[in-house]
Design a protein around this ligand. Structure first.
Ligand code: HEC
Length: 482
């Protein structure tokens, strides 16, 4: 009987998703795994439990994923139609069929459960951004184009030469979107240590991707008694990652669930720069014998450049490029000057925007404009000899995550301004630059949601990833006629 349902899943995504789904559901539902559908004499299993075991791995606990852009439309679906989808699946979209696994009674119960209980509970877990048709800001009006939905925490984004968008989910999945539609789940993603702020983090393509096919993934890797930030490169074969090479792993491992970093950026000579947070242990940032609280620089294959600043310093980690950082989660090269800019989370207050220079100490926790979360003082010092000052700092904290420079051709009014996401205030900040000086900050897209990622796509548009429910938006100038 199972054969029949397998035949339905011969599409690339469906096969991969089915395997993943089977793996997930067999670990979370050992009591149900051996049940066969022919057992009509058995009492039906509880709908809530069935949903949790068989559906939540893809759809989330509140049907917040893969339920179309407008969940309300799905909640308005006639029950018999929903039962049909559950029974037969949908080969095209990648929804598996459950007709062989569930009894008719169970199919009915699950559909009813979604249309009543989940529909009711989903309300408080749903956020619908109510953007106006045209968003007017100081220098430019734009429209919001939703390019991906059904996500949780879209941590990083990258684009393949054919235009497909790859999106990392912090929980450890990698998705491919095509023409604004979910296309496939990528197989072979490294196992992640998804505790606290960790998980699958940034994604970048090699600048020469068309020639070498390398994709770089940053993630928190489980190791020993805890884990730490790691970087892997791999190639795509269809929708599977192959040729996997781990090229960096931060030491030491820790059970701490905070401050993993990890944004990546390539410079024009193909050096890979990336950030690792101090893992909740501030002294790490001043201690060159560990990787935490640093910006690092390596060759694209993980080798250590011999002109890195601390290669000759005894016991220092040779990948270190700069130090004294708390938790940097924005990293990008200025399109004109080629300088590396960074944003990092301060404690309570004191989030920083920095220009990253070789061998430089950015001062955390010796100097800071922030204070402890409980209001106590970390240090009276905001400046010290030998420690670099930020370009600007944000108090109160905006919790900056994701950062990109606005493309000068796509947005002449914003040319080379910095766009940062705010996790805590759920908005986007435009930092208006004149050369390396900040003219001012402009807040836009209030209530966009927790902004996790910002990238400039190959089409020149700014892409903004928000959390829970996760979307990716693209900002299209209103006068562009698109
Ligand atoms: C392997 C991942 C996966 C699993 C497991 C899964 N689904 Fe789906 N489901 C999908 C995808 C993908 C779609 C298509 C979404 C789209 O078209 O954007 C979908 C679509 C649906 C839809 C139609 C939504 C709409 O608005 O048209 C329903 C209803 C649904 N699934 C119910 C369920 C139920 C109930 C279960 C558990 C018994 C389940 N799904 C398990 C991936 C999954």
């Amino acid at each position: 009987m199972l054969e029949k349902s397998h035949i339905k899943f011969t599409g690339l995504f469906s096969a991969a998703a089915l395997i993943l789904w089977m793996a997930l559901s067999s670990t979370s539902s050992s009591g149900c795994a051996s049940r066969s559908s022919g057992d009509q004499d058995k009492t039906p299993r509880a709908a809530g439990q069935l949903y949790e075991n068989y559906c939540a791995s893809c759809h989330g606990m509140y049907m917040e994923r893969f339920a179309g852009e407008d969940r309300q439309a799905m909640f308005a679906m006639p029950q018999n139609e929903m039962e049909e989808i559950i029974r037969e699946g949908d080969y095209e979209s990648g929804m598996p069929a459950f007709g062989e696994v569930f009894s008719e009674e169970e199919i009915e119960a699950v559909a009813e459960h979604i249309l009543t209980d989940i529909k009711e509970e989903a309300g408080s877990h749903e956020y619908r951004p109510g953007f106006p048709e045209v968003v007017e800001t100081e220098a430019l009006s734009f429209r919001i184009d939703t390019v991906a939905s059904g996500l949780g925490i879209p941590w990083g984004m990258a684009w393949l030469p054919n235009g497909d968008m790859l999106v990392t989910e912090r929980s450890g999945e990698l998705f491919r979107f095509r023409d604004k539609k979910f296309e496939a789940m990528i197989d072979g993603v490294p196992r992640v240590y998804a505790n606290g702020q960790g998980g699958l983090l940034d994604i970048k393509l090699h600048p020469d991707y068309e020639d070498n096919g390398w994709i770089y993934l940053a993630y928190s890797e489980p190791e020993g008694n805890g884990g730490n930030t790691a970087i892997m490169r791999a190639r795509l074969d269809g929708n599977t990652l192959v040729d996997k090479e781990k090229i960096f792993k931060a030491q030491p491992n820790t059970r701490s669930g905070v401050h993993f970093g990890c944004r990546m950026a390539f410079d024009e000579n193909n050096y890979l720069f990336f950030s690792v947070g101090e893992r909740g242990h501030p002294p790490n940032a001043q201690d060159l014998t560990n990787h935490c609280g640093k910006i690092h620089r390596i060759h694209d294959d993980g080798r250590i450049p011999d002109d890195n600043p601390f290669v000759d310093t005894p016991d220092a980690m040779p990948t270190i490029w700069s130090y004294g950082h708390r938790n940097p989660q924005g990293l990008a090269f200025h399109p004109e000057t080629g300088e590396l800019w960074e944003t990092e989370h301060g404690p309570k207050g004191g989030d920083e925007l920095n220009i990253i220079k070789k061998g430089t100490n950015y001062g955390w926790p010796e100097i800071t404009y922030g204070i402890n979360y409980d209001g106590t003082i970390i240090t009276e010092d905001t400046a010290k000899a030998g420690m670099e000052q930020p370009v600007i700092y944000w108090t109160p904290s905006i919790a900056p995550c994701g950062m990109a420079f606005a493309d000068a051709e796509t947005y002449p009014q914003w040319a080379n301004d910095i766009f940062s996401g705010s996790l805590s205030f759920r908005y986007v900040v435009r930092t208006d630059l004149e050369g390396n000086d900040v003219e001012k900050d402009e807040i836009m897209l209030r209530e966009a949601g927790r902004v996790r990622s910002i990238e400039t796509g190959p089409d020149g548009y700014l892409y903004i990833g928000v959390e829970n429910p996760g979307f990716v938006f693209r900002l299209i100038p209103a006068d562009s006629g698109i």
